[in-house]
Design a protein around this ligand. Structure first.
Ligand code: UD1
Length: 446
């Protein structure tokens, strides 16, 4: 397991280019399962979750070619397996996105039920209820969800009102509905830009989807979908993370290849706490800190409001702001794991259920800390960049899941951050240790 060693206190200066959105790339890759023709996706981020999703597609029988690092050519004409196994789902919940396309095109799918994760229980009941409303029979068998389309193998359009806004739930259901018989209406659908990006790809493949980006999406099912090419939108959360990186270190960054209109709530909030954000052109921002950062409350909400995926980074920023900021997490029940790590660096954070109160400004000092999930790891990197002395972040595989080479991008703008790779010998020792433990447990000695 790699670690990051950060020596804080350097203001970041220079330009950074934003990669494609992981959360858009994952459903778009799953959408390639809806057709026997080739789907070509450009601007995929080079992040671990993309490699995991690629492995899932290949395990199912698809061919994935990579003519360039960030382009995948996916052909799913020979799907032989209809199952996303536990080993994949447990490392990446988004593998449940295979369920909708497989069920719609082949009339059957089996996906391991994701368990809890570091940020809460995260059920997929709303996805499953939606599939049932499209006529599927859904059963639980040995920890797996087994779904079958009704007789004739085709789903049937229906009106589905989501009880709660769910991003991957909306994506799963809308992919399933593209090949269903008749019209499907999704109400209380998620409005995230990643949904619109997916719908753009689906429409290019021949789907008939209207209303993406609004709470009501209408899909007229078609008999078959075809191939298409599509470029993934820039990652709005990576953009927000770099805006905070510029502000927290008191530096000045030019953030290129981004789409600011996808993070208006984040930009508005950061301007309110006096981060100076200028639009240089439609895809470039210039960011620097104002004279002093001011505390301001925030509550996470579905798009277009402040995203839960920026909550941890905002908390890191608030440790450097004047006053008390109340941060309310309304989406996930257990998404403050980074708070206790920041406290170990000297942050003043009081937790009360889903509310965290950050008092600042505090001088953070470097410490060994543990990354618990993707965005929590990003917030610890940000805290490390401003802390005095050395911060060692363990378990950075979490950050590698969703950020493309974050340490290289940060180093290029002046951060002192190094990846400490676990040595090959340590890996071998570990593997030997694991084997020894496994053998010991088999023989009943441990
Ligand atoms: C997606 C994003 C994730 C982001 C989250 C919220 C991807 C790959 N991941 O996750 O980065 O943090 O949206 O913006 O796009 N819920 C249920 N039942 C369901 C589904 C969801 O109760 O069947 C609840 C969840 O527990 C959570 C809330 O609904 O409390 C929102 O979750 P959801 O939008 O589904 O998150 P994901 O799609 O998993």
């Amino acid at each position: 397991m790699d670690k990051f060693l950060i020596t804080g206190g350097r203001p970041l200066k220079g330009a950074v280019a934003i990669s494609g959105a992981k959360n858009s790339a994952l459903p778009c890759m799953a959408a390639a399962l809806l057709t026997a023709e080739t789907v070509i996706l450009h601007n995929l981020p080079y992040a671990r979750d993309i490699i995991t999703q690629r492995r899932l597609l290949e395990d199912l029988g698809a061919t994935v070619l990579t003519p360039e690092l960030r382009t995948h050519k996916i052909n799913a004409s020979h799907i032989e397996v209809f199952e996303a196994p536990y080993e994949l789902v447990k490392t990446m919940r988004a593998s449940v996105l295979a369920l909708g396309p497989l069920l719609a095109r082949f009339g059957k799918a089996k996906v391991s039920l994701p368990g809890g994760c570091a940020i809460g229980t995260r059920p997929i009941d709303l996805h499953l209820r939606g599939f049932e409303q499209l006529g599927a029979e859904v059963r639980l068998e040995g920890g797996n969800v087994v779904a079958r389309a009704p007789q004739g193998g085709r789903l049937i359009g229906a009106t589905i009102s989501f009880e709660k806004v769910t991003v991957t739930g909306t994506e799963n259901l809308l992919m399933a509905a593209t090949l269903a018989k008749g019209r499907t209406v999704l109400r209380n659908a998620a409005c995230e830009p990643e949904i619109s990006d997916l719908c753009e790809l689906l429409n290019r493949m021949g789907a008939r989807v209207r209303g993406a980006g609004t709470p009501t999406i209408e899909i007229d099912g078609v008999e078959a979908l075809g191939g298409a090419q599509h470029t993934i939108i820039p990652d709005r959360i990576e953009t927000g993370t770099f805006i905070v990186a510029a502000a927290i270190t008191g530096g000045e960054l030019e953030i290129k290849d981004c789409q600011p209109e996808h993070l208006t709530a984040v930009i508005a909030k950061l301007r309110e706490v006096v981060v100076v954000i200028e639009d240089l052109n439609p895809s470039t921002l210039r960011v620097k800190r104002g004279n002093a950062l001011l505390a301001s409350d925030v509550s996470t909400e579905p798009h277009p409001n402040f995203p839960t995926d920026m909550q941890a980074q905002y908390m890191a920023l608030m440790t450097q702001a004047e006053g008390h900021a109340t941060i309310t997490e309304t989406i996930f029940e257990n998404r403050f794991m980074h708070a206790s790590e920041m406290q170990r660096m000297g942050a003043q954070i009081h937790l009360n259920g889903r509310i965290a109160t950050v008092s600042g400004p505090t001088k953070l000092t470097g410490a060994p800390v543990l990354a618990s999930d993707l965005r929590a790891s990003a917030s610890l990197v940000l805290a490390g960049l401003v802390a005095q002395g050395e911060t060692m972040i363990e378990r950075v595989y979490h950050i590698d899941r969703g950020y493309e080479r974050i340490e290289a991008k940060l180093r290029a703008v002046g951060a002192d951050i190094q990846r400490i790779r676990e040595s090959v010998t340590a890996q071998l020792t570990d593997a030997a240790g694991t084997d020894a433990a496994a053998i010991a447990s088999l023989s009943g000695t441990s």
